[in-house]
Every structure is written in C-alpha cells, then in structure tokens.
Design a protein around this ligand. Structure first.
Ligand code: ZN
Ligand code: FE
Length: 257
C-alpha cells in the first residue's frame, strides 16, 4: 500500500498527509479542518512541510489559517481563487514544494471551480473535487466543456498514477456508473474491491488512472456504450465527447441510486 495517510473530516472529506523525501516530513493536502490534522500529525510525530490547496471551497481550506498559526509553513493555492492563508499563489505548470516535503507539478483543472488545480508528484495526483473515484465534481463555476477538458488532462497521466480525491463518494458514483454501463465488468470488479476496503475500515481511495479510465463514465465519453447511453437520455445532441460528458453530468445531477 501507498504510505499516504487519510485524515477524515466532516461527513466524507479526506485530508491527505503525503510523505516527502525526508522521513517524518509530509505535505498536507486540502485541510478543510485543522483539528484532525493536528491530532494526526502529533500522534504520528510528523512534521508538515507545506499545505497544498486544490480549490477555495471551505471543506478543503477551512483549516488553513488555524494550521498555519500552529505551523509556520508555506501554503500553495490557485492564483485564480481567493483563499485566506495562501502564501504562494500557483498556476498551471508551476513546480511547488521542497526537497524535504516533495515536489509537485501544478495542473490547472477548472470546472468544479474556476481556478481548481491538481498537484502531481511521486506517482500520485491530488485532484480535490475534479476527479473522484468513478465520478467527477459538480459544475459550480465552470462549463461542462472546461471540466471535460480538465478530466481528459488527468486521464492522460501515467496509468499507474494513484488518484487521491477529496471525498468518499465512490459507492454512489459506482451506482451511477452501473446505470450508464450495465455490461461493464470492470465496474463490478472495482465495486467489489471498494466494498472490501470499506468493510475493512479503509478508504476506497486511492484508485489509479487506469482504474478510472476503465470504470469512470466521465472519462469514457468516447466509449460506444457510454455514447449510446447518453443518446438514450436524449436531452441534447451528443455528437462530441464534450457533449456526451455534458449529458452525463446533468444525468448524474438528477440521479437517485
Ligand atoms: Zn469543492
Ligand atoms: Fe469538497
């Protein structure tokens, strides 16, 4: 297993503690709440090197200021969004972090929010609320075309990249994935694996980019079965991948598993 630590927050948020290159040093990703992070760091004797923020929603950044009152560390966040406590605004292509805490490449992935970014490093991607296991974020500030483009950028990462998203939404997402592609055996196998993990008290996260390409309907707009399902929904012309994606996103908004 990968040695990233999941800190649970609120109902279904994950705050990630990602190991750097120096033992005991971690990056803190999307600290929506400070207390559980401080508790986890203290209990494990870990030192935070810096904070990575993917987007401005409170469940991802609400703990930044309390955390930096306790630890004097840099806070990276999207330059296109205003996030209290960010010391280092970042944009697409920037390399952030440190030798001890690890280096990450910033990927602009707008759609869920206008300035949403992902952080790629050490074979992992921290993607906030853009790509979820078997799903994707809602469109709050961007267009379907933007979010589809962002998801395609993430899908193009190496297949073995570990995907760390911000919420435990996986089973609900899989119910939708099955509705879109009832005959996709990879979805059923993936769901069995996720149920095993949950039964063992573990997150279903991380998945891999390869998993997502196999099971996530929002990355599969080009697959014939997904195109047919979108066409049956028929609420608009689905003649491009982005249009298929837009139909899926609206369908999921109304979907009751
Ligand atoms: Zn969000
Ligand atoms: Fe969120």
């Amino acid at each position: 297993m990968d040695d990233v630590i999941a800190v649970h927050a609120f109902r279904d948020n994950y705050i990630w503690l990602a190991p750097g290159s120096k033992p005991g040093i971690v990056a803190v990703v999307d600290p929506g709440d400070a207390d559980p992070v401080i508790t986890a760091l203290t209990a494990r004797g870990l030192t935070p090197a810096f904070v990575l923020c993917t987007h401005h929603h409170g469940d991802h950044v609400g703990g930044v200021e309390a955390l930096t009152r306790r630890y004097d560390i840099p806070v990276y966040g999207p330059a296109a969004e205003s996030i209290p406590g960010v010391t280092h605004p970042v944009g697409d292509g920037d390399i952030v972090g440190s030798d001890a805490g690890g280096r990450y490449r910033v990927l602009a992935v707008p759609g869920h929010t206008r300035g949403h970014v992902a952080y790629v490093g050490a074979g992992r991607v921290f993607c906030g609320d853009t790509l979820f296991a078997a799903g994707c974020g809602r469109l709050f500030e961007g267009t379907a075309f933007q979010l589809h483009t962002s998801l395609m950028r993430l899908a193009a990462l190496p297949p073995d990249t570990l995907v760390y998203c911000g919420h435990e939404y996986t089973l609900a997402n899989l119910a939708f994935a099955r509705a879109v592609e009832p005959d996709n055996a990879d979805i059923l196998a993936f769901e069995r694996r996720c149920r095993r993990r949950l039964a063992a008290g573990e997150p279903t996260i991380p998945s891999t980019i390869a998993d997502e390409r196999a099971v996530n309907p929002f990355l599969r707009a080009a697959a014939p079965a997904v195109r047919r399902a979108a066409a049956r929904r028929g609420d608009q012309r689905s003649d491009t991948d982005a249009a298929v994606f837009a139909t899926l996103r609206r369908w999921k908004d109304d979907f009751k598993g």
